[in-house]
Design a protein around this ligand. Structure first.
Ligand code: RIB
Ligand code: CA
Length: 315
């Protein structure tokens, strides 16, 4: 099977970190060209700091980490320390990074890679607010159109997690999300409908801890914090916190464990109470052509099997 060549745009965040480890732990399947960072779960100075800590944990200092936008396109930044802790990576136990931050802005780095790599060969994997992605599209649409596809975590058909109507990534920068969904590239959307079906239960935590290497130990610490402190868990009454971002990497590793359908997704950018809502035409009640593959189902055991296999692969 041909290796997937990807750029991960993220806002670490424990679930972003687990997604990065899933990708970096499967180098024979996934070639991570670069990690780009955006403000989201915590401010940019922490998301890029955390991304470098995780790339070093994976022993992959060869993968450049670029800082991008420190705020949404129009709205002021809203962060989520109540879920991820003050550092954004509480529970990881990771040291400060030694590797330098790459000197190029994330938006310029994304465009430079898309210009240099063969057309149709690079998959964009946004795991946070879509500010960097949208700006790259606006700055140089011809170059951005050379990308193969976008596989992102964000949105929801059903209820939101940061407001009743909207999921966090799309709510933080709804204007960026709208630009991305109107651009025209193939999009696979991993929304809350599927991510809330992969929960970090105590049983799953024990399995991660049993792997025993340094990466699994850090992953266990992050997940244990995320599970214990994520107030969403109490709010949803679930027996574990949802593992949002790793669904993107699991799709690249084995899309067959997921189910969904092509439909039109619109992003609400005018309504106060529904700002950032993804309006998913799942029942095709309009004749607007589909612009995304919306994922709704997953084989949970297979998902955690992929996660554990990636963590186990580290020496
Ligand atoms: O709504 C969940 C998403 O928002 C995840 O990507 C999480 O890391 C935060 O960015
Ligand atoms: Ca994220």
């Amino acid at each position: 099977m041909q290796r997937k060549r990807i750029i991960v745009d993220c806002d670490p965040g424990q679930d972003d970190a687990i997604a990065l480890l899933m990708a970096l732990g499967a180098p024979q399947r996934i070639d991570v060209l670069a990690v780009t960072c955006v403000a989201g779960n915590v401010p940019l100075r922490l998301t890029e700091w955390n991304a470098r800590r995780v790339v070093e944990l994976a022993g992959r200092e060869d993968v450049p980490v670029h800082a991008g936008c420190g705020r949404p396109l129009l709205r002021s930044l809203r962060t989520a320390e109540h879920v991820h802790g003050e550092t954004g990576l509480d529970g990881s136990g990771l040291p400060d990074p030694q590797m330098p931050l790459a000197g190029t802005h994330a938006v310029d780095a994304i465009l430079a890679m898309l210009a240099a790599e063969p057309e149709g060969s690079v998959t964009l994997c946004p795991l946070g607010p879509l500010t960097n992605i949208a700006l790259a599209m606006v700055k140089d649409p011809v170059t951005f159109a050379r990308a193969k596809e976008i596989v992102l975590m964000g949105g929801a058909m059903d209820l939101g997690n940061v407001t009743p109507a909207a999921e966090f990534n799309f709510h933080v920068d709804p204007h960026a999300a709208r630009i991305v969904f109107e651009f025209g590239l193939p999009i696979t959307m991993m929304g809350l409908d599927v991510t809330h079906k992969v929960l970090v239960t105590d049983h799953r935590l024990d399995a991660v801890r049993a792997i025993g290497n340094r990466q699994a130990q850090a992953a266990h610490g992050m997940l244990e914090f995320y599970n214990r402190f994520d107030r969403d868990r109490e709010r949803y009454g679930s027996d574990g916190a949802p593992l949002h971002d790793p669904c993107v990497i699991a799709w690249l590793l084995d899309a067959s464990i997921f189910s969904g359908r092509d439909c039109h997704v619109g992003i609400e950018t005018d309504s106060g109470s529904c700002m950032g809502r993804s309006v998913v035409d799942w029942w095709r009640s309009t004749d607007v052509p589909a612009n995304a593959h919306v994922v709704s189902g997953v084989d949970e055991d297979a998902f955690f099997g992929l996660l554990e296999a990636s963590l186990r692969a580290f020496p």
